[in-house]
Design a protein around this ligand. Structure first.
Ligand SMILES: Nc1ncnc2c1ncn2[C@@H]1O[C@H](COP(=O)(O)OP(=O)(O)O)[C@@H](O)[C@H]1O
Ligand SMILES: [Mg+2]
Length: 236
């Protein structure tokens, strides 16, 4: 992986994100502290509206803390300027979403090449890297297809390949199987587990399905009303 920064991949210390809505304050994430070790597969659980996506967006550098700090791969996000944060989003973390978020007008190969272009990877090596990434997720035969020509499971696998393009040390997944039937969902979960085990990428997955967390995650963080209410570690 790109960073070697000790045993802890993600650390949140009293992390809070409040939104001001007119007179009201929405405490989306409040005073959350936890850590996730390097190479771990962790789940973030909680009912709708409990703050899971807000927390994941903070970890992804897509949103800013109101208070507290978050350190990922040795980098303290709360002290980064917007340029450093953009670089962090490009290189240190990969993110996947419930709705895949592939560009519909582009082929899979072009979708996966995008983050390489943004990171200004030399053009000469890009196509080989794209094919390697597609092969890793079992989609090398689909390189020239558009997202709509693929099943939901295939689209999510392509989104995973795109998220891993710049070799991030952490993969953040927001309800990655939320739009998939059980067979496609299982395929995506198996892929995430394989990538975690074979490549050592740290995975933090949001889900509201406790059975998924039980099957795949070693550590489960449970949120309610913006707060972390319990942390459960499975026996190894
Ligand atoms: N940009 C925003 N502005 C105002 N309130 C928000 C914003 N984003 C999320 N919230 C509120 O924060 C709370 C947590 O939302 P969210 O993190 O999306 O929960 P979850 O992902 O667990 O369903 C909710 O009450 C939601 O309405
Ligand atoms: Mg959410």
């Amino acid at each position: 992986m790109s960073e070697q920064t000790g045993a802890v991949a993600i650390e949140a210390r009293a992390a809070s994100r409040f939104y001001t809505m007119g007179e009201a304050t929405v405490r989306a994430v409040e005073d959350v502290s936890f850590h996730i070790n390097r190479g771990e597969f962790a789940a973030l659980l909680g009912p709708s509206g409990s703050g899971k996506s807000t927390l994941l967006n903070l970890l992804a550098g897509l949103d800013r803390l109101t208070a507290g700090s978050i350190v990922v791969a040795g980098r303290d996000l709360s002290t980064m300027d917007s340029e450093a944060l953009a670089r962090y989003r490009r290189l240190t973390v990969g993110m996947i979403f419930q709705s895949f978020n592939l560009v519909p007008t582009m082929t899979l190969a072009d979708n996966i090449e995008l983050p390489l272009r943004f990171a200004e990877t030399a053009r000469a090596g890009r196509r080989d890297r794209v094919m390697e990434l597609l092969t890793n997720v079992g989609l090398s035969h689909r390189a020239g297809h558009k997202p709509t020509e693929l099943s939901g499971g295939e689209q999510q696998r392509a989104a995973i390949a795109r998220a891993l393009a710049n070799n991030p040390s952490v993969l953040l997944a927001d309800e990655p199987t939320g739009n998939l039937d059980s067979r496609n969902g299982q395929e995506v979960m198996t892929l995430l587990r394989d990538l975690n085990q074979k490549m050592g990428v740290t995975v933090l997955m949001v889900t509201h399905d406790p059975s998924l967390a039980e099957r795949y995650a070693r550590k489960s963080l449970h949120m309610a009303d913006g707060r972390l209410v319990s942390t459960v570690e499975a026996a190894q």
